[in-house]
Design a protein around this ligand. Sequence first.
Ligand code: CA
Length: 223
Amino acid sequence: MRVLVVEDDADLNRQLVAALKEAGYTVDTAADGEEGHFLGDTEPYDAVVLDIGLPHMDGISVLEKWRRDGRKMPVLILTARDRWSDKVQGIDAGADDYVAKPFHIEEVLARVRALVRRAAGHASNEIEIGPVRLDSRSGRVTVNGNPVKLTSHEYKVLEYLMHHRERVVSRTELIEHLYDQDFDRDSNTIEVFVGRLRKKVSPDLIETVRGLGYRIVAPQNAA
Ligand code: CA
């Protein structure tokens, strides 16, 4: 899952990025509204953390512009404390949720988690497909109750496919949602990760749809 953080306070930006990375997200970052708007306009994000008070273009304008242009990614806004008008304006502009400053980083993480999973149509942090269970809160994967040890890249691929189960996910989509801007997009690493997931988790969980990508089908829906 790939998240964009738009925050001009350098310390806060660093803290958010560190916490989100630690939680397993791929994170891009911007320190002003214009750059943030550009990234959200051109890159696919699974969630955005957007400060309201930003140089060059304020967060509300950034959000309004995205929504006007049909960008639907979930957006969590960061508002100043006691500025109820920020919250109202932000939600009217298309924010999905807000956190008031100062906040505990855990609250931001919990809200981002909820936004990502709701955007994928899930009410719970735990996704279960056949014997495989993935808990996006703890980052744990089990098969028939037995924990499976995955690298962070393997986990990201599995998490994305499980969130978007029943749908064919292309290699390009995986790369775009799992890596930041600087990643070499021509590499074959996705195939390598899928191969390892088949070995570690289950040989038939991830289906290859020739020429299109990968798909996870829940057993009751399998042909
Ligand atoms: Ca600010």
